[in-house]
Design a protein around this ligand. Structure first.
Ligand code: SAM
Length: 264
């Protein structure tokens, strides 16, 4: 299967991800679970689990044995398996889920739909493995506006390097607007489709705490930063610091995600 641009940037150590986007994971998982109306007694699948923020929240609510998770990144699937014991974790992509039809009451996906190589196929698989009447739901960042960290990052990158415009996730990422997500869900044959926004926050001990994980190359933003020659990377770092107005003091950033929920 061909990978979508950006998907390979998640084959890194889980702790680099934790300190970058992973900071927002637990709060976003709580919002997605609430929006999807997941309740104790149900079974659920986490598609593109990463190191396990959503799988952990699902396991807390439903019990680990009621939860399964998949991710094509081996280090992330391994991290999820060791962080959320009892959850069945497989190395697999959304487009070919290793489960039978109607296996779960709900299939959820957090920050993944835009990285799928074939999102209609991936969401179609989420519907297939969800029992009729069950829930298929996802959240993706509002890269174009409300995801402050990534918006400021790409604004800084493009200001210094116009060629970065084609990599700006606010432009390059598909399925990152409510209307596109709604169409994707309807196209997969899901019913009662609703979109909404989820706004979460993460804290940083200072600007270095935000910058360091980017240098490890995680995610499309980290991959861009890590590939720059040292001098240009320092310029990007200072431009991002200026745009965020951040220094050595602790600060918080908000991040908006779009959420879509439908019934199988
Ligand atoms: C931004 S991370 C989100 C991880 C996790 N869900 C979270 O909220 O922290 C994107 C994840 O999508 C995974 N991914 C990439 N392509 C995928 C695909 N085709 N099917 C399922 N997951 C995929 C990556 O390996 C990565 O773990």
């Amino acid at each position: 299967m061909t990978e979508a641009p950006g998907a390979a940037t998640f084959r890194v150590a889980a702790d680099a991800y934790d300190r970058h986007i992973g900071r927002y994971g637990p709060a976003l998982a709580a919002g997605l679970i609430a929006a999807a109306g997941i309740r104790p007694g149900q079974t659920a699948l986490d598609v593109g689990c990463g190191p396990g923020a959503l799988a952990a929240a699902l396991a807390d609510l439903l019990g680990a044995e009621q939860v399964a998770a998949v991710d094509p990144s081996e280090p992330f699937a391994q991290a999820c398996g060791s962080r959320v014991p009892g959850v069945r974790v497989e190395v697999a992509a959304a487009e070919e889920l290793p489960f039978g039809d109607d296996s779960f009451d709900a299939s959820l996906s957090q920050l993944v739909v835009n990285f799928m190589s074939d999102a209609p196929a991936g969401v179609g698989e989420m519907r297939r493995v969800t029992r009729p009447g069950g829930t298929v739901a996802a959240a993706v960042w509002d890269y174009a506006d409300g995801m402050t960290l990534l918006r400021r990052f790409w604004d800084a990158a493009v200001a210094l390097d116009p060629d970065a415009a084609r990599l700006d996730e606010g432009v390059s990422m598909p399925y990152c607007r409510p209307d596109e997500l709604g169409e994707l869900w309807h196209g997969a044959g899901l019913q009662d489709v609703e979109t909404s926004e989820l706004v979460v926050e993460a804290g940083y001990s200072g600007f270095d705490d935000l910058w360091q994980p980017l240098e490890s190359g995680v995610g499309p933003s980290g991959a861009y930063a890590a590939a720059l020659p040292a001098q240009r990377r320092t310029r990007l770092r200072e431009e991002l610091r200026r745009r965020l107005g951040a220094g050595e003091e602790p600060f918080r950033l908000t991040a908006r995600a779009w959420c879509v929920v439908g019934r199988a």
